[in-house]
Design a protein around this ligand. Structure first.
Ligand code: SAM
Length: 284
């Protein structure tokens, strides 16, 4: 009988993945980490029982996480990634020439094992001299740093365990202090259909700090429960409403190859279904 990896992230829902070879299964200093093979997803990484990234569908998540804010910004030179220890977001950001990346993750073991067992995700990003890796709690980091960044990507686990602090009002406020004028913050904000509270909390908290807060969506097959929401926060209200031809020009100038992202998908991803809009506007 094949062993099943059962992701019980959402109560009452299980995602059963047939486990092939197991490459790592142990506690790190901060989290339970497992890396195993799956026939359809390729190599899968889970943290504290939740699927984080898989070799075969990570491109969707990381392309949307990196290229939407960078192409919307138009002149980003410095990008901060909080979390993102698998290196997927860093890999996509580094496709843009002239960008320096700082990646702050709490767990060095996630990075080391991602490089060892899932090298296609980071695809050499950790050897790139334009990537500076800092191992510390992202919440502490943004509180203490005097640096500023044009785009901040909060590629965190869900709001449990070490990731919980990365969804707080305090953390968002400190991120705002690290953002240059016209900068953009994007967040991993869960699956609205099963994590409505997480979405609404981030919306309300970011809404006290920024004049343009919304979400954009993409469906990542290994994330159970439907389309995933990326949080969007900036004080430059024009950035979310750029014409497709502007995005196309920037995309072509960047000369990056993508398998999911396109300027048309970029624009369309901000169109929120009514059920998501209702989560954001419901009386509390
Ligand atoms: N794509 C995944 C998702 O949607 O949940 C996120 C992937 S990435 C592996 C999540 C990273 O967040 C991990 O490397 C973890 O170590 C990091 N992390 C969790 N809490 C953190 C904190 N407080 N500060 C910095 N990094 C943190």
């Amino acid at each position: 009988m094949t062993e099943l990896f059962d992701e019980g992230l959402h109560s009452g829902i299980s995602l059963g993945l047939e486990v092939g070879d197991i490459h790592y299964q142990d506690k790190t200093e901060h989290q339970d980490l497992m890396i195993f093979d799956h026939a359809r997803f390729g190599r899968v990484m889970s943290l504290d029982g939740a699927v984080q990234t898989t070799e075969n569908d990570e491109f969707i998540y990381h392309e949307m996480f990196a290229h939407v804010p960078i192409l919307a910004h138009g002149s980003a030179k410095k990008v901060l990634i909080i979390g993102g220890g698998d290196g997927g977001a860093a890999c996509q950001v580094l496709k843009h020439s002239g960008i320096e990346v700082t990646l702050v993750d709490i767990d060095r073991t996630v990075i080391d094992l991602s490089i060892e067992y899932m090298p296609t995700v980071s695809d050499g990003a950790f050897e790139n001299p334009k990537l500076n890796v800092i191992i510390t709690d992202g919440c502490q980091f943004v509180k203490e740093t005097a640096e500023k960044w044009d785009v901040i990507i909060i590629d965190s686990t869900d709001p449990h365990g070490p990731g919980e602090v990365l969804y707080t009002q305090e953390f968002y406020g400190d991120c705002k202090s690290c953002l240059t004028d016209g900068g953009i913050i994007v967040t991993q904000n869960g699956i609205p259909f099963v994590q409505a509270d997480e979405l609404r909390n981030s919306y309300d908290r970011l809404g006290t700090l920024f004049s343009d807060v919304s979400f954009y969506m993409a469906t990542v097959p290994s994330y159970v429960g439907g389309a995933l929401a990326f949080g969007w926060a900036t004080n430059d209200t024009s950035l979310r409403k750029l014409d497709t031809h502007v995005l196309l020009e920037r995309y072509l100038d960047a000369a990056i190859e993508t398998d999911y992202y396109s300027p048309e998908i970029h624009q369309a991803s901000f169109v929120l279904p009514f059920y998501v809009q209702k989560i954001l506007t419901a009386d509390k």
